[in-house]
Design a protein around this ligand. Structure first.
Ligand code: UDP
Ligand code: MG
Length: 319
């Protein structure tokens, strides 16, 4: 293994993937051998099978294989972040270990990067082999997410993307705990491209995404890309407040005509006024909470894609 930086690092999170890893390393070598120099960085996310052992023995035959073994299972997103923090390539590709992200797509991603893209997102077209339940829920989920959040996600965006080293640096600078990578990456900007791919079957083993983990990811996606749910209070209060005002006016009218039962008018007035005020107050708290959340996340207010000063330095270094 050289100490020089490779052009490309492939970050591959792996949870109980011992069976499939050898095949994956072979397939990647077959695809990339004549395309670019690269390193594989497999992150063993607390596997309970022999993933770590397989990695150690594969490394004897494949010196460009690196691995990082996490101390326990931290989850897919955390494993990817661990990989990003250790990647050395000028570009980084994140992909799954189970061959559901076909290596052939890598060629297209790399050539998009070479022609100037900083972020190349592979977007899933579902093959017939993916269970209908997963196709439906995932389609619905992306729609919901785009509706209530500030993220703009392609339906089928997976954790399968190429990032220029600048983008990797920006991601590594984010310190928040719950990062929904595929939602945050589009929000960083830069020159983006998408390439389609058809998700196949797992080569071996079984999905580590239990329903529980999937729901957790779905929740993190909503919470980490949006503050809109917090605004629901304000929205509701203006709707309900308007209706309450109308109903209060009606109650007053009935009272003035002397048709109201004793006590009815005051109860209606008190209930509707207090209800509307509570909703409004919740909405205001929500707005402030949204600000607190934004500050706690500490995301940068801006990111710089190019600075002419760097280009000048580069020229000076060459001459
Ligand atoms: N993975 C991980 N940690 C986890 C769950 C999954 O590193 O806790 C890895 C897994 O090894 C695979 C990728 O994340 O490379 C996607 O997981 P999986 O294939 O189980 O999910 P699915 O494709 O069914 O959504
Ligand atoms: Mg999979």
């Amino acid at each position: 293994m050289t100490t020089e930086r490779p052009t490309l690092t492939l970050v591959i999170p792996a949870h109980n993937e011992a069976e499939g890893l050898g095949h994956l390393v072979d397939a990647l070598d077959h695809t990339l051998r004549h395309v670019t120099d690269y390193e594989l960085l497999v992150v063993d996310d607390g596997s309970t099978d022999n993933t770590a052992g397989v990695l150690r023995s594969l490394r004897e035959a494949w010196p460009h294989l690196r691995y990082v073994i996490l101390s326990r299972n931290f989850g897919h997103q955390a494993a990817v972040r661990a990989g990003l923090s250790r990647a050395r390539g000028r570009a980084v590709i994140v992909m799954d270990a189970d061959m559901q992200h076909p290596p052939s797509v890598l060629i297209e991603m790399i050539s998009a990067w070479r022609s100037g893209a900083d972020v190349v997102h592979a977007v899933r077209r579902y093959g017939a082999t993916i269970p209908l339940f997963k196709r439906l829920t995932s389609g619905l989920y992306y729609r919901l997410l785009n509706l209530i959040s500030d993220a703009r996600l392609e339906t089928g965006a997976a954790d399968f993307y190429l990032l220029d080293e600048r983008v990797v640096q920006d991601l590594n600078a984010l310190t928040e705990q719950h990062l929904f990578l595929r939602g945050v990456i589009p929000s960083l900007g830069y020159r983006r491209r998408t390439v389609p791919f058809t998700a196949g079957d797992r080569s071996t083993g079984q999905s580590s995404y239990s329903l529980k983990k999937m729901l957790r990811l779905a929740r993190d996606g909503v919470l980490s890309t949006s503050v809109k749910p917090l605004r629901i209070g304000v929205l509701l209060s203006s709707l309900v407040g308007g209706a309450a005002a109308l109903y209060a006016a009606y109650a007053l009218l009935v009272a003035l005509r002397g048709e109201a039962l004793p006590g009815w008018t005051s109860i209606i007035l008190v209930v509707s006024v207090i209800g509307a005020m509570q909703l409004l107050t919740l909405g205001i708290i929500g707005e402030y909470l949204g600000r607190v959340l934004a500050e706690a996340r500490g995301r940068p207010s801006f990111l710089i894609a190019d600075d002419s000063l760097d280009a000048d330095r580069h020229v000076a270094a060459l001459s």
